[in-house]
Write a new protein. Structure first.
Length: 104
């Protein structure tokens, strides 16, 4: 289950990985948080200032109106990979599994 929700007004993007309830949010960076279960499994990723993050990934200015057309495929291995597609452009965002820290 990979569902994306984008709020153009707040420029925030949420990618749902699982329907399980989140226990806490681990902040990976000032713009990216990973929601995890009590067992440490990721259930979603929130990206704030999404148009800036996607602009950095695609190495060009991406307008908020374009972010709505993003497609996202998720792979999970040694990290979570959000594979974005916008038209013919492709970019991946790797999120380390830092949320598995014993401190959390």
């Amino acid at each position: 289950m990979n569902r994306m929700q984008y709020d153009e007004d707040s420029d925030s993007l949420y990618v749902t990985i699982s329907a399980k309830p989140a226990y806490l949010t681990a902040e990976i960076s000032p713009r990216i948080g990973v929601d995890v279960t009590a067992e440490g499994r990721p259930v979603g990723v929130e990206i704030l200032e999404a148009s800036k993050v996607v602009s950095d990934l695609l190495q060009r200015k991406v307008e908020r109106s374009e972010v709505k057309r993003l497609l996202c495929r998720i792979n999970e291995d040694d990290a979570i990979y959000l594979n974005f597609t916008l038209g013919s452009e492709h970019a991946a965002l790797a999120l380390p599994k830092a949320y598995k820290s014993p401190i959390l």
